[in-house]
Design a protein. Sequence first.
Length: 518
Amino acid sequence: MASKQANVLSDRQALWAFILGCVAVTVGVLAHAPMFLMARAMHYRLAGMPMGMGMMAGMALIVIGVAVAGYGLLPRNVAAQRAAAARIAIAAPEDAPLGWAHWRLMIVLTVALIIDTMKPASLGFTITGMVGEYQVPKATVSLVPFVALLGTVTGSFLWGVIADIYGRKASILLSAVMFVGTSICGAMPSLAWNAGMCFMMGLAAGGMLPVTYALLAEMMPNRHRGWALVTVGGLGAVGGYFVASGTSALLQPVFGWRVLWLINLPTGLILVFLGALIPESAKFLLARGRAQEAEQVMKLFGSHAETVTRERAAVARQGYAALTGVRLIAKITALSICALAWGLINFGLLLWLPADLVSKGYSIGVSSRLLAESALIACPTVAVAALLYSRWSSKWALVTMTCVTLAGLALILRLEASGVGNPVLPVALLIVGTNGIIAILLPYAAESVPLGVRGRATGWVAACTKAGGLIAQALSISAAVPPMRTVAAAVMVPTALSIILVALFGRETRGRDLRDLE
């Protein structure tokens, strides 16, 4: 009884610490508002303006607030709780019907991913404004999205580790608090400060996607898990780019490019409030002795708890160890190579291809239309990927989409080698294939690894998608982009290798109980 009362008291203190941290971060962001508003007569241009004591104090308050909020979110006695959790098994939701709780979770996480995706997606809409305000070459400003992408690579793996140790909900909420803090990027008077804040923004943004997939994989019934994962991830990605472009069109002409960072404040707070609708893990609650709350969660999602034998508990504890075993390592390697190839294509080849076509005599209209078609094809590709993934095969749906991508690369190579031909089919295959890969890759990764390392493994694969982009961006910044023929041939190697490795070492997850895949 005394232990239970101590847990309740500790939980209250943790809640108040989180609230206090959120308030401190919000006040710290608002301390930067006066400088932004004073620049109204100059169309909100702040380059070269000195940073006052209020702004410096606000930045300190943000750092302290994030630390206090993190203290409130992170559980105590982690080792003891994980030992207790190893003796608990949640027998559903694998066998549960799809109910309102599942739909609400899908809606909340879709909105969270839209907000998460719009942050890095806004980078492209700020480049022109930064070049004009800071009066520096475009190559110099390109370092800002490069640094932000570096932040997402770091964040994808870091937040995956946090999610495995401290829980899915805690990592999502802490990421949201950091979102709020990065709003001050819009008030930074120097390019260096902008780059630093954009790294923090990328760090926060990189963690949401893998943690979301891990949470969904654990909460959805097995017969609905596949399409739910692909649909939520796909709609979140497409919706994020749509919201970013729409926000830029509506607000940037009035408030300048900086407003695209300042809206991190309201959207980040929306994420924090949405956190109240994200359920805590029943296993986590039981391990902390909060049986009544765990019962409520399990009732909502149609699950129940059971005590496992010592032998099964030992197996469960192994899931929290390092990723070991030849087949598991081979599987992670296959997905990592596929992710790296996707990043090289999405952030490199597809962005370089229009300029390459113009240099070969194609009209600007043709090259521009290729980018427009990519957005147009994205939505139906997500639907097709979800259908294949949930109705046919999770493993072979990924292999199929990767094969489509490989065919597109081969046709690009042929087009470059011959110098004649129509680029529509090669580009269409690349767009369909890459959109299909990114819709399937992370859901499949979340389903394919043990519970104890699900967050960090999914985060690692997500980081590899951004790592491919980092390589591509580095080539662009250094003006060392090789000929398109060389790019296509080089990317074909990891793409083909990933097809072979996934076919050999991937496991079918469609309709299967995740407990059977441990």
